[in-house]
Design a protein around this ligand. Structure first.
Ligand code: PLP
Length: 383
């Protein structure tokens, strides 16, 4: 057997040959949309801090105060001694925000999904997931041991077809979708999915990591993150109390992992307060995304995420380099994050972006002729 270091080197080379190797860059945020990447100042269009709340003075102050009062870390898992009263406070706020009976905070959105799915379905069950759901939902589905089928992206008829053929052969059935698709920016038809879930005796789970709207979603379990629009770190689930109580006792990523530090929870509480007190804040990222799509005559943005599909990996890498040269940070997205042949630039708009920066970047893109968007193969697998 070869030494691990040799095997790793060889496999890395194969990834590099396919332009699929990934490397870390040092990125230091500067308080708004400015970022220093590897020493170069850029305007970031790649942060998921949609409302700019990670940089808000009140949010930062809340985190600092919590560290001063309670220390830097939680000290244990929540079921041991890590369940600080701030967790209860934030869970009450989240349940109220999403119109559910209860909520449960996890270490991250990823941990929430890989813990919840295996807690609620198993070997005798069926999972039907949209083709473009986030990788952590697929990881959770695989961990569960349930039979996993994928329906064509946002295609209710295909979802119903699969339910018709396979539902009766399994005990329980869970339909899984993103609410806002992370690499495409479009939204799932939650109301229609909920109707067919009811018709076929299935449960519906939606991941709203890239959403920041309040109010009840027509789903059995709603998963979200504290790490994007709320500017902090962590994940959460909202559902009926019995579901949350059951997950608390069964989700392994919850049971066997240290609680979030009180500072992350305090920051999320401050951010959620700001979000609830300023409904108009939530309009700004999407308004900015629409300034961009209008300038480029792209389909109107449905969320703050706008993809510009370029094709193969090198096209996306080169385009990102051109934008960086001009002062804009737009991370290229390649397989396996997106399906083969749909490498892209993914623009994430924030409440803090300035119109003149958006327009200047859009004009550069127009001048480079990248706007002959290749149609998305929305049905290709992305796992
Ligand atoms: C749709 C979706 N779900 C879950 C996650 C994971 O959330 P977190 O970053 O809190 O682990 C992400 C993160 O990129 C995501 O895009």
């Amino acid at each position: 057997m070869a030494a691990l270091s040799d095997t790793a080197r060889e496999k890395l080379q194969r990834l590099a040959d396919a332009a699929r190797n990934r490397e870390l860059s040092e990125c230091a945020r500067e308080g708004d949309t400015r970022i220093i990447r590897n020493g170069k100042p850029l305007i970031s269009f790649s942060c998921n801090d949609y409302l700019g709340l990670s940089q808000h003075e009140k949010v930062k102050e809340a985190a600092v105060l919590a560290i001063r009062q309670y220390g830097a870390g939680a000290g244990a898992a929540r079921l041991v001694t890590g369940n600080h009263p701030l967790h209860t406070r934030l869970e009450t706020m989240l349940a109220c925000w999403k119109g559910t009976e209860a909520a449960l905070i996890f270490g991250s959105g990823y941990l929430a999904n890989i813990g919840i799915i295996p807690a609620i379905v198993g070997k005798s069950d069926l999972i039907i997931a949209d083709k473009l759901v986030h990788a952590c939902l697929i990881d959770g589905a695989r961990l569960s041991g349930a039979k996993l089928l994928r329906f064509k992206h946002n295609d209710i008829m295909d979802c119903e077809r699969l339910l018709g053929v396979y539902r009766k052969k399994h005990q329980n059935c869970l339909i899984i979708t993103d609410e806002v698709f992370s690499m495409d920016g479009d939204r799932a038809p939650l109301a229609e999915l909920s109707t067919i879930a009811g018709k076929h005796d299935a449960w519906l789970m939606a991941d709203g990591a890239h959403s920041f709207s309040g109010g009840a979603a027509p789903v059995d379990i709603y998963v979200g993150t504290l790490s994007k629009a709320l500017g902090s770190y962590g994940g959460y689930a909202c559902a009926k109390k019995s579901v949350i109580d059951y997950i608390t006792s069964r989700a392994r990523s919850f049971m066997f992992s240290t609680a979030l530090p009180p500072s992350a929870i305090a920051a999320a509480i401050a951010a959620l307060d700001i979000r609830m007190e300023n409904p108009s804040l939530a309009l700004r990222p999407i308004t900015n995304a629409r300034i961009f799509t209008a300038r480029l005559a792209l389909p109107e943005a449905q969320s703050p995420i706008v993809p510009l599909v370029l094709g193969d990996e090198t096209e996306a890498l080169t385009a990102a380099d051109v934008l960086a040269e001009a002062g804009y940070l737009v991370t290229p997205i390649r397989p396996p994050t997106v399906p083969e042949g749909t490498s892209r630039l993914r623009f994430a708009f924030s409440a803090l972006h300035q119109e003149q920066d958006i327009l200047a970047m859009a004009d550069l893109i127009k001048n480079r002729g990248w706007i002959t968007q290749k149609p998305l193969d929305r049905h290709a697998a992305n796992d």
